[in-house]
Design a protein around this ligand. Structure first.
Ligand code: GDP
Length: 177
């Protein structure tokens, strides 16, 4: 058995963004024998979901934290330990995109996350009328500018269907090393 490099990855975003669905989809794609939950039946994260995948010589340990407002204050307890952050936006929820941007802004300004690679996922791209990846990029551009010296990437995904998940994880694995 080879010793794998261990990395901790936070999955953040508002409630209902698709964090749990993304984690389940990732585990299903990367763990051959993983049976998984029924993706259509996942309800919003309350508390903490964890999961791990092995990619090459790396083991990624994910923490999917609850996104409800009262839980957001817990996010920064995990920042010091994390090697990367995945921030998920519900591209179909135009009404909450500002709220999501504010939570994102607060997160990227935190000193404990300075220099940590960050991937923004524009989720629910399968839904008609959703914000396109370029639109999400434009909306989140200001906070991305203040992020300073770090690797970052914006990826369009459908966590439900699995589109874009492989590409996103591939980027993350390279960025984290
Ligand atoms: P969380 O609160 O961020 O963990 O969000 P969940 O993973 O629980 O997802 C919230 C809801 O959005 C669920 O009904 C999911 O089925 C749905 N959902 C998540 N990702 C997608 C997606 O890519 N496309 C669509 N159409 N629905 C999604």
């Amino acid at each position: 058995m080879c010793q794998r490099d261990q990395y901790f990855v936070l999955i953040l975003g508002l409630d209902n963004a698709g964090k749990t669905t993304f984690l389940e989809q990732t585990k299903t794609k990367f763990n051959k024998n993983y049976q998984g939950m029924n993706l259509a039946k996942i309800t919003s994260t309350v508390g903490l979901n964890i999961g791990k995948i092995d990619v090459g010589t790396s083991r990624l340990n994910f923490w999917d934290l609850g996104g409800q407002e009262e839980l957001q204050s817990l996010w920064d307890k995990y920042y010091v330990e994390s090697h990367a952050v995945i921030y998920i936006v519900d591209s179909s929820d135009r009404e909450r995109v500002e709220e999501s941007k504010e939570a994102f802004e607060k997160m990227v300004m935190n000193d404990n996350l300075a220099g940590v690679p960050l991937m923004l996922l524009a989720n629910k791209q399968d839904l008609e009328g959703c914000l396109k990846v370029t639109e999400v990029k434009t909306i989140f551009n200001d906070p991305l500018q203040v992020m300073g010296q770090r690797e970052s990437w914006v990826q369009g995904v459908s966590a439900l269907k699995g589109d874009g998940v492989q590409e996103g994880i591939d980027w993350l694995v390279e960025a984290i090393k």
